[in-house]
Write a protein that binds this ligand. Structure first.
Ligand code: ADE
Ligand code: ZN
Ligand code: ZN
Length: 276
């Protein structure tokens, strides 16, 4: 996701975490405002292009070598690179934050938290679970009268179009969208189905949990991102019908990511408190 997506996900999560979780992460992140998650949600993208952060590049995605639109699936052994992927990264930074042996300095716990807040979001972007043309970065299309790559359309353009455009600082618009999604989850269009969004979530099986989330995300590559396959979309203008089908997917994926991030942070804070 772009900054707007990650910040929205963080605000959704802030609304669902319990009080102990909020206090734990506010202390860890040294920010006692209500923006403590939102303010670090894009940090992992800022450091990935620096020299010292270069090794974290592969942690933002898992390149599923499947064959959309006929087959979509994520298989750990096949798709997670030896340098790592978003699933192994969530596994690694989750165990570093728990730090069962209590051997890591506080700054490493803080860094692990910032990676977790970002990567739970990324695995909900369908093209962050897909190998084809580097997650669509190599597929050029026209969207909203602009020449863009398909990855950018799904990271940024669709979500920004949903809210009528984002100009200047994304924080205000993200808070507004998050408030709407929180209302949809609590008492609106997601109320019933959101009960099942936490199915299978287990802090002691990070890979299993993340695979559930990544497979659900990757399934949209077959149904909504590349419904006619990759060759058919190259150079095309994505019209109203593509957007009308895609927008609800982007919206539900942002809502799920925020809701699940809150649950993950709750599990983490409870486990860490129990280890003390
Ligand atoms: N680079 C290679 N594959 C990618 C993907 N699926 N998403 C983002 N960047 C990538
Ligand atoms: Zn992306
Ligand atoms: Zn990312």
């Amino acid at each position: 996701w772009g900054g707007f997506g990650h910040i929205t996900i963080a605000y959704v999560a802030s609304s669902f975490v319990n009080d102990q979780t909020a206090t734990y992460f506010q202390t860890l992140l040294r920010n006692d405002s209500s923006d403590y998650l939102a303010n670090v949600a894009t940090w992992a993208d800022n450091i990935r292009y620096t020299k010292w952060g270069h090794f974290t590049g592969p942690f933002h995605f898992i390149d599923a070598k499947d064959d959309p639109p006929s087959s979509c699936d994520v298989i750990m052994e096949r798709d997670c690179k030896s340098e790592g992927c978003v699933i192994s990264a969530l596994q690694n930074y989750t165990s570093r934050l728990i730090d069962a042996g209590r051997s890591l300095p506080a700054w490493e716990h803080e860094q692990a938290a910032k990676f977790i807040i970002h990567f739970v979001g990324d695995m909900h972007q369908p093209l962050h679970t897909e190998d084809v043309a580097k997650g669509g970065n190599g597929i050029h299309v026209k969207f909203d009268n602009k020449f863009l790559n398909l990855h950018h359309v799904w990271d940024t353009s669709i979500l920004e179009k949903i809210v009528g455009g984002v100009r200047g600082s994304p924080y205000g618009a993200a808070q507004q969208l998050a408030d709407q999604l929180v209302a949809d989850i609590r008492s609106g269009k997601y109320q019933t189905e959101s009960k099942s969004w936490l199915d299978g979530i287990k802090l002691d099986d990070v890979e299993g949990t993340a695979l559930i989330w990544a497979r659900e995300s990757n399934a949209y590559v077959c149904t909504h991102v590349l419904p006619q396959g990759p060759k058919a979309i190259v150079g095309q203008e994505l019209g109203d019908s593509y957007y009308d089908d895609a927008a609800p997917v982007v919206e539900i994926q942002v809502a799920r990511a925020g809701f699940r991030l809150a649950a993950w942070l709750d599990l983490l804070a409870a486990k860490i408190a129990a280890n003390k």
